[in-house]
Design a binder for this molecule. Structure first.
Ligand code: BEZ
Length: 216
């Protein structure tokens, strides 16, 4: 596994780059702070902006759902620690939000550059809305990028995380629009024995030899 690729940003299957950073919860080394949890690392363009305020608030209000999935949240923007601290207080006042996860003050852009969060055609000083889902082995399992003008969907990020954890635990895949509790996809057969074997699974919802669903 590699830490970076030819594009200079981690992609699915790469090891998430380690870093040291100043955050609202103190200075930390990412790998130590992660401590073998799942992590949602997300960037926002700037403090004291409206869409970002709604996103950070929603992550905070749903943080117990991430904790229940063994997952830590950590935010990032190219703002100073003083700005982060002031915005945190402001969000408490105006939106009743307790931003209980750390916010990285990436003022020197070290982390943004390592993670490809700066899309220069959009801005050279503000990160786009990036989300990295990182597993306990520090492998990047999914990336999501949104533009400046569109807020992310925390339901979808939770769904993505749950789907990854479910497919890991059950050696399966998830179909379009899957939600927890729904049937999953049996991985496609690799040889004639696999094809024969699945015919014996009368409990499978079978469409053809390659498309079978099952309940967990
Ligand atoms: C916002 O969060 O509202 C925002 C941030 C940067 C550019 C545009 C909108």
């Amino acid at each position: 596994m590699t830490e970076t690729t030819s594009t200079g940003m981690p992609r699915i299957g790469d090891t998430a780059p380690d870093f040291r950073a100043v955050t609202t919860h103190g200075e930390l080394t990412f790998s130590e702070w992660q401590n073998k949890s799942w992590v949602i690392l997300f960037s926002h363009p700037a403090d004291f902006t409206p869409v970002c305020s709604t996103e950070l608030t929603e992550f905070a209000k749903r943080s117990s759902e991430f904790t229940a999935k063994g997952t830590k949240l950590i935010g990032l923007s190219i703002d100073s620690i003083h700005s982060h601290l002031a915005w945190r207080e402001n969000l408490k006042q105006i939106l009743d939000a307790d931003i209980d996860y750390p916010l990285i003050a990436d003022i020197d852009m070290q982390v943004s550059k390592k993670y490809g969060m700066l899309h220069e055609a959009t801005s050279t000083t503000a990160t786009v809305r990036a989300v990295f889902v990182i597993d306990p082995k520090r492998v990047v399992r999914a990336l999501v990028y949104y533009p400046m003008s569109v807020g992310r969907n925390v339901d979808e990020i939770l769904r993505l995380l749950t789907a990854l954890q479910t497919t890991d635990q059950n050696a399966c895949a998830t179909p379009v629009n899957w939600k927890p509790g729904e049937k999953v996809i049996v991985p496609p057969p690799k040889n004639v024995n696999d094809v024969k074997e699945r015919e014996s699974h009368k409990e499978y919802e079978r469409y053809d030899f390659y498309l079978n669903k099952k309940s967990l």
